[in-house]
Ligand binder design. Structure first.
Ligand code: FAD
Length: 451
């Protein structure tokens, strides 16, 4: 195992820091590395798809988990899959597909590791029906920094399990996990697309179809104001049964059609994403969407539209991007309207904004709460960005909501406890698992997560 000094950043490419990176080949290497974490502590890193500083450990040790990527068992009958934590969700999904199985929950990119997805307890377009990923994890193996190899599950070790699910890598290193995939007949989603003219129609469109669609999301035009505030394109879907397919797709229902990968140019000028360009894009996107349509969409195009362009984050130029995601509880719909009003009035252009519904949630530090979530990208050098986002943080905390730690790069620490009421309990369990405080990250230091 070689040690490499590397500059690491999140997917937003802001605030890079230097760390010693080691790549363990197996559980024994992880245990050995945890024995000597050094003064600045240790942290696991997956594919670096958290946007902010969650997978960074300035001046410390970082374990690149991607070499531990074996899929150990797939049981079609149960169904169940066991894999090492460094496997990507892409490889896992590709291995499950021929068995007529699919991930129970998937985020908007498949270039994340299983360990990273557990640490952030990721949600997908189906949280209102299925909860987040860890709701489907039957057990996981954690290498604790105190030297124990623990098998955690919700029945026998609920404290440790729910502190690790969504615990941002700060309880130890996840070595492997077993989860329950879902059964599917085809590699296609029966998708329904519809335009919604304003926020009321968007929220009503999502809420009224909670029970009838497994997957549901609205692309929001965050620059639209007045009576068009919150206008959106609603995209809802369910796994397509074989009878819906025809031609070659019907003959091989569990095969994804091939598509050519694209790549963003290696260098683009900062400032390409401006309010004017985003406004034109949004107008075209909204008008090109059908007023109402039904279509069959391959799984990868439905779940991971951005993955077809490698390195798309470079479009935001050298300064990078900030991804901002907030959740607001049911009953605070007025606060969501206020958020959209502030976004529309701000000179900072919010791009790629999506609104979803969340259902009930477990996990002491997990992000979702029953209600609504809005996620958006913003260029890191946008005018008055800090003022805008600081204001949204306060609004969110006052409404009983929170921001997503896997995407955060700038939250003020004093708002953390209000946003995450289970934080004291999480700190207690974390301290039991890691009494010497060996697990560290830039995110944890910045927000005082560990105290
Ligand atoms: C385009 C895009 C779309 C996204 N869409 C969604 C979405 O829809 N829903 C959602 O919830 N998230 C979404 N995300 C965020 C992403 O799912 C999370 O940030 C996820 O944690 C990234 O996984 P990773 O393997 O890249 O982990 P990293 O970014 O490398 O690490 C993230 C955290 O996981 C910890 N970690 C990694 N491996 C381990 C391990 N083996 N043991 C313990 N801790 C570990 C790290 O310490 C760190 O705290 C999206 C990100 C992108 C770039």
């Amino acid at each position: 195992m070689s040690t490499e000094e590397r500059l690491l950043s999140g997917w937003g490419r802001t605030a890079a820091t230097r760390a010693r990176v080691r790549t363990p080949a197996g559980a024994a290497d992880v245990a050995a590395l945890l024995r000597h974490p050094g003064e600045r502590g240790v942290l696991a890193r997956g594919l670096g798809r958290s946007y902010g500083d969650a997978a960074q450990n300035a001046g410390g040790l970082v374990l690149d988990m991607t070499a531990m990527s074996r899929i150990k068992a797939i049981d079609r009958a149960t169904p169940s899959v066991t894999a090492e934590a460094g496997v990507s969700l892409k490889d896992l999904a590709n291995a499950l597909l021929p068995f007529g199985l699919f991930l129970p929950v998937t985020p908007g990119t498949q270039h994340v590791t299983l360990g990273g997805a557990i640490a952030a307890d990721v949600h997908g377009k189906n949280h209102h029906v299925d909860g987040s990923l860890c709701a489907h994890v039957t057990s996981l193996v954690l290498q604790s920094p105190a030297g124990e190899r623990l098998t955690l599950d919700r029945a026998t070790t609920p404290d440790e399990f729910f502190a690790t699910a969504g615990g941002m890598g700060l309880t130890g290193i996840v070595l492997e996990a077993t989860l329950t995939p879902i059964r599917i007949e085809t590699a296609y989603i029966a998708e329904q697309v519809a335009r919604a003219p304003d926020l009321d129609a968007t929220m009503e469109g999502l809420a009224s179809t909670d029970a009838s669609h497994r997957y549901s999301v609205a692309w929001i035009d965050c620059l639209a104001r007045g009576n068009r505030l919150g206008r959106s394109v609603l995209m809802q879907g369910d796994h397509a049964p074989v009878e819906m397919l025809s031609g070659p797709a019907r003959a091989k229902p569990l095969e994804l059609p091939q598509r050519l990968p694209l790549a963003a140019p290696p260098w683009l000028p900062s400032g390409l994403v401006r309010r004017e360009t985003v406004a034109v894009f949004n107008e075209v996107y909204f008008r090109r969407a059908p007023v109402r349509a039904e279509r069959l969409t391959p799984l990868d195009r439905f779940f991971y539209p951005l993955d077809s362009v490698a390195g798309w984050n470079r479009v935001y130029g050298r300064r990078g991007l900030v991804q901002y995601q907030l959740a607001l509880p049911l009953g605070s719909e007025h606060a969501m309207r206020e958020v959209l009003e502030r976004l529309a009035a701000s000179p900072a252009p919010a791009t790629l904004a999506v609104l979803k519904r969340f259902g009930p949630q477990e996990g002491l530090l997990s992000f979702p709460l029953p209600g609504w979530t809005l996620a958006m990208d913003l260029p890191a050098d946008a005018p008055q960005l800090s003022e805008l986002l600081d204001g949204l943080d306060e609004l969110t905390a006052e409404a009983g909501g929170r921001v997503y730690l896997a995407k955060d790069s700038r939250l003020r620490p004093e708002l953390l406890e209000a946003m995450y009421p289970e934080l004291p309990r999480w700190r207690e369990v974390r301290a039991r698992l890691d009494p010497a405080g060996a697990m560290r990250s830039d995110l944890a230091r910045r927000l005082g997560l560990q105290k």
